[in-house]
Design a binder for this molecule. Structure first.
Ligand SMILES: Cc1cc2nc3c(=O)[nH]c(=O)nc-3n(C[C@H](O)[C@H](O)[C@H](O)COP(=O)(O)OP(=O)(O)OC[C@H]3O[C@@H](n4cnc5c(N)ncnc54)[C@H](O)[C@@H]3O)c2cc1C
Length: 429
């Protein structure tokens, strides 16, 4: 942390920016875009240049697609030729639960490559009026009188520059430099549970399906993406990481033999990319403090088994930008507005966090859940309801997959408490 001696304390009236956003992918660019659209002076920086890839698969569930539509970006995504996904199939071995997670509010899902999605988001931030600095690495935050007032960083030429803002937003992923500097409270922590590996195949048609296979100590999934490719990710418990890491490909292919028809399809397909793999920790961080905020993985990280991170990052962008607008405009204090952001985020994601971290153990579902799943199988309404839980459309807290009459449709908006427009999109059911 770079501390400004008192005599060098920056004049807050001379801030060049209202907000500096560190990180320009799923959380950072939308946050910058929304603040710039609201008329604020925004700088968004990333050490990467775009288009570029990152270690992440990229299923965007219907709530994330709905956010892209609200932001006027869905047409750009569909124009890339990325195929829509309208069916989610969960193969448990003895039976498969197959349903559609779609609602009026949330159309289909998509699986755009991050090279495509992130570039689209960065361009949207720039078009909205945010200053985008690619290839710019933030090395520290500037702190004055206990408050974050800016960042220190350098572009590709290496010269260090300092920029000041009313707030610095860390959208810099779960390794977040901003979080390391401000040391927020961390809670609900759980260790790495799963290690996952993915690659891309040609000749593996998916017909608009997201397929999920759940087996003892193994889980894998496949869905279509850009360029007629299919992404296939699979994983095993983190406890097996050391034992399996010397033969990733062998262990990856062996896993598919637990679903022989899928193994046949893989044998008939061509692998088009190298394997990429990782494991991540699970935690919540307090997402605000004096002069700083956190969005996306920087503030809340969880295992990727339920593929919630991109939609979560979009939600944070909307909630945080709304809160900052309230604070900047004087509608309420920074602490009140940002406290509401934290509460809404936590209430919204906590049931899915528990569901995700339970699934990521790859342990067999408890007997009562197995019984429920057996009852869901073959009941189209209940299977759609189950698909909606998997997609994050319905909270695991509100949905019993057999309560088809109420679980199959979201609670009518008129029954919900009144909120500001953006908050309502991410209301806790
Ligand atoms: C293996 C795997 C599979 C996943 N699959 C899915 C999926 O299918 N669907 C889904 O919704 N989610 C998935 N996720 C989660 C998803 O990747 C994240 O939730 C999402 O990328 C979060 O976006 P973000 O903007 O918060 O962070 P990131 O995407 O990590 O972006 C952070 C950015 O900050 C920049 N940055 C970091 N430090 C600095 C610095 N000091 N200076 C300048 N720039 C900096 C980085 O260069 C990066 O561009 C997966 C994650 C993993 C690991």
């Amino acid at each position: 942390m770079f501390l400004v001696p008192d005599e060098q304390e920056p004049d807050m009236t001379e801030n060049r920016y209202d907000a500096i956003v560190v990180g320009a992918r799923c959380a950072g660019s939308p946050t910058a875009m929304l603040l710039a659209k609201a008329g604020y002076r925004v700088l968004v920086v990333d050490r990467a240049s775009f288009p570029s890839d990152t270690i992440s698969t990229h299923l965007v569930h219907p709530p994330g697609v709905a956010a892209l539509r609200r932001w006027g970006l869905l047409d750009r995504l569909t124009a890339t030729g990325c195929p829509p996904i309208d069916t989610y199939a969960f193969d448990f071995g003895p039976f498969t639960i197959s349903g559609t997670p779609v609602t009026d509010d949330s159309p289909v899902a998509y699986g755009p490559r991050r090279t495509v999605l992130d570039k689209l988001l960065v361009d949207a931030a720039s078009e909205a009026g945010a200053e985008v600095r690619e290839g710019f690495t933030v090395s520290d935050v500037v702190v004055s009188d206990g408050r974050v007032t800016g960042v220190l960083g350098h572009g590709k030429n290496g010269a260090t520059v300092t920029e000041h803002a009313r707030v610095v937003v860390g959208a810099d992923g779960w390794h977040s430099l901003v979080a390391k500097a401000v040391r927020p409270d961390q809670y609900h922590e759980k260790p790495r549970l799963l290690c996952g590996y993915y690659t891309y195949y040609s000749g593996l048609p998916m017909d608009g399906r997201f397929e999920n296979y759940i087996r003892p100590d193994r889980g894998f999934a496949a869905w279509p993406t850009n360029d007629d490719l299919t992404l296939v990710i699979g994983g095993w418990p983190f406890a097996e990481f050391e034992a399996n890491k010397t033969d990733i490909e062998g262990n990856y292919l062996k896993m598919f033999e637990l679903a022989p028809p899928f193994a046949d399809r893989i044998r008939a397909a061509n692998r088009e990319a190298r394997f990429v793999g990782t494991a991540v920790p699970n935690f919540f961080r307090k997402p605000f403090g004096p002069g700083w905020a956190l969005v996306g993985d920087a503030g809340y990280n969880k295992d990727f088994i339920t593929a919630q991170g991109i939609a979560d990052a979009f939600r944070d962008a909307e909630l945080c930008a709304t809160a900052l607008d309230e604070a900047f405009s004087g509608a309420c204090s920074f602490d009140v507005a940002m406290g509401r952001y934290q509460t809404t985020r936590d209430q919204h994601v906590l049931p899915m966090y528990e569901f995700t971290t339970q699934l990521a153990t790859l342990e067999p579902p408890p007997p009562e859940l197995q019984q429920l799943l057996g009852a869901v199988h073959g009941n189209p309404e209940a299977m759609d309801a189950f698909a909606r839980v998997g997609a994050g459309v319905t909270s695991p807290a509100e949905s019993s997959p057999t309560r088809t009459s109420d679980a199959s449709s979201p609670r009518p908006r008129s029954d919900r408490p009144a909120r500001t427009c953006l908050l309502d999109h991410w209301d806790t059911p």
